[in-house]
Design a protein around this ligand. Structure first.
Ligand code: AMP
Length: 227
């Protein structure tokens, strides 16, 4: 793979609490990719009260998946816009179903799917230290990524809260659900030789491997080390 390439079309996957947000942020920084998170795109549609937003809102509030045709239209539209600009992006939260995978691969030649393979026991143990800034969605971890001032968001200084669903049983159920739902998607990408698994317990342990691997596809802007 020529390191001088400047395009990269990647998907990131990983169970909730696996450090996906952290790794995605690092990829964006070191490779200059655009981060396209399906949940964020949906939330901005909901806020702007578009037709898609109003339809999606019902599913999101019930905790259900938004129908595939709606999702595909939204995401492909966004990607085609990016395609015209730079075609350097990292998709996050999409695809979540086989029809979404098919729709994506029928339209776009994907380079790689990064899968953060963090053991569930680690995630359950870690979630209890997780705090969020509710209005922005910024996530902190008291051990790995503490806020600069205890209990406060780094940017706004507003109070951080702990989500009531960050309890061990709830987290275990969520992880089981994630596994059931995403296994077919992981299999789908694996069969097409697009999937790269990154087993590990900590973001700082996984990150250098992700960086090295992505550098095979595209020239990084830099390498940021985290200790
Ligand atoms: P997230 O921020 O990724 O957890 O997404 C929030 C909500 O948006 C999910 O619970 C779903 O209702 C919806 N959503 C996000 N991505 C997708 C997707 N790829 N397919 C269907 N629904 C989605």
């Amino acid at each position: 793979m020529a390191a001088a390439r400047t395009l990269l079309k990647a998907v990131i996957m990983g169970p909730p609490g696996s450090g996906k947000g952290t790794i995605a942020e690092r990829i964006v920084k070191d490779f200059g990719l655009k981060h396209l998170a399906s949940g964020d795109l949906l939330r901005s549609q909901v806020m702007s009260k578009t037709d898609v937003g109003m339809l999606a809102d019902k599913y999101i509030t019930r905790g259900d998946l938004v129908p595939d045709d709606v999702m595909l239209k939204l995401i492909l539209n966004e990607l085609q816009g990016e395609q015209l600009r730079s075609a350097k992006w990292l998709l996050d939260g999409f695809p979540r179903t086989i029809p979404q995978c098919e729709g994506l691969l029928n339209t776009i030649q994907l380079d790689v799917v990064i899968n953060l393979d963090v053991p569930f026991d680690e995630i359950i143990n870690r979630v209890k230290d997780r705090y969020i800034h509710e209005s922005s969605g910024r996530i902190y971890n008291l051990v790995f990524n503490p806020p600069k001032v205890a209990g406060q968001d780094d940017i706004t200084g507003e109070p951080l809260i702990q989500r009531h669903d960050d309890k061990a049983e709830t987290v275990a159920a969520r992880l089981d659900n994630y596994k059931k739902k995403t296994e077919p998607v992981l299999d789908y990408f694996s069969k097409r030789e697009l999937l790269i698994n990154f087993p590990g317990r900590f973001s700082n342990e996984i990150w250098p491997r992700v960086h090295t691997e992505l550098s095979r596809y595209v020239q990084p802007l830099q390498y940021t080390e985290y200790k």
